[in-house]
Design a protein around this ligand. Structure first.
Ligand code: ZN
Length: 390
């Protein structure tokens, strides 16, 4: 789940169409009751924790390790989550031992929130370098207002007038309110490395698109703990962070799906960060890719005339978004613009402090990134407008 200010509905396409339901099978449609753990494979238990935003829950998994439990993801750092998780672990701990290690898939609060709390209890924490770097930076970011870089990025995407004023006024949610402080000593896991947990060996697939250095774990016996990389029944939010405005999150996410595909077969079981464990990972990946392709083709129709990324939100989500949703989701629209530009299908041109995009009319290959990247990569250029708007 992303760090949004409000609960947001992220689906932008008909992921849950009947054909999807037929092809992707839940291995056990019944979610564990609050405060319980449900066995989903030998030595693997599924625990569901409450989350205020998005789908209203996050899944974490307890794995039997040699000398205790290894927990994958933790839920948000709230008293309610901690109580629910503690209850669920209580029964397991009597047979499996205490939580000795925690591995986090990515830095979003519903996944990493309680890792620091477990570290205080003596557990070892494992995370990717990018997850650690972003989480530590955000834990120490105490700014209450949008930074000039964030405002410049929004202006570049086409935000203006009252919407921009509301964006600037809205206080930023504090990451540290939902994420416990992390210890200094953390074990780093990088792409391609393996993690021995109990009798299983898990390969780390580290990718981008949903979050920096998102970790997916693929076991040697067909289990895939996918975090938010592959989800059933909802699309994964693919966004552009302010400090990487040129990022093509869709290409990065697709590449990660491709690499996961090298470690699975038809019987592999996906243990996702939200919703229900399922089989049919390759099918589900193709459905999610097709969903993004459907958005891309709608956008190409929409961009027959010049529009900003913000102007494209309606074409992407096909419903009216609230201001809070728009403030969060416009970076996903920027991601689509970057993706289509990298494919040579649209061209971006500077218009004042904003970029307008239009379907490419020149022959493919003469891509537009060279035209606009200097502006995109320097959002500080817009500091003068920031001052005026404040
Ligand atoms: Zn997430």
């Amino acid at each position: 789940m992303p760090t949004s200010d409000e609960a947001v509905k992220l689906q932008h396409d008909a992921d849950a169409a009947p054909s999807a339901a037929e092809a992707v099978r839940a291995i056990d449609g019944i979610a564990p009751a609050t405060g319980t753990a449900r066995r989903v494979a030998e030595g693997v238990w599924w625990i569901r924790l409450p989350v205020a935003a998005g789908p209203g829950h996050v899944n974490v998994y307890a794995l039997q390790d040699r000398d205790g439990i290894m927990l994958v993801d933790t839920g948000t750092n709230t008293p309610q989550t901690l109580q629910t998780l503690t209850e669920a672990l209580r029964v397991l701990q009597s047979s499996c031992g205490t939580v000795r290690r925690v591995v986090v898939t990515h830095h979003h609060p519903d996944h990493i929130g309680l890792a620091g709390w477990f570290a205080e209890q003596g557990a070892e924490i494992v995370a990717t370098p990018g997850t650690l770097a972003v989480a530590r930076r955000m834990l120490h970011d105490k700014t209450l207002l949008r930074t000039p870089e964030e405002i410049g990025f929004a202006v570049l995407a086409g935000m203006k007038d009252l919407e921009l004023a509301a964006f600037i006024r809205r206080p930023k949610r504090q990451y540290a309110d939902a994420v416990a402080m992390l210890p200094d000593a953390i074990n780093v896991i990088s792409d391609g490395e393996t993690l021995q947990i109990g009798r299983r060996c898990w390969r780390a697939i580290v990718g981008n698109g949903h979050a920096v250095d998102h970790l997916t774990l693929c076991s040697n016996d067909g289990l895939v703990i996918s975090g938010d990389q592959i989800l059933p029944g909802m699309s994964t939010n693919l966004n552009v962070p302010t400090d990487q405005p040129d990022l093509d999150p869709i290409a990065a996410w697709r590449d990660t799906c491709r690499r996961i595909g090298e470690h699975i077969d038809d019987r592999s079981i996906c243990l996702p960060g939200h919703h229900t464990p399922f089989t049919g990972i390759a099918i589900r990946s193709r459905q999610m890719i097709a969903s993004h392709e459907a958005v891309a083709s709608r956008l190409l129709g929409h961009l027959q005339r010049p529009r900003t990324a913000i102007d494209c939100l309606a074409a992407i989500y096909r419903r009216t978004l609230s201001l809070a949703e728009r403030a969060f989701l416009f970076s996903e629209a920027v991601g689509y613009m970057n993706h289509l530009a990298n494919r040579g299908e649209i061209v971006g041109l500077r218009r004042g402090k904003t970029i307008v995009w239009q379907k490419q009319r020149r022959p493919r290959g003469d891509t537009i990134r060279r035209d606009v990247s200097p502006a995109i990569s320097r959002p500080n250029n817009f500091s003068s407008e920031v001052d005026e708007t404040r």
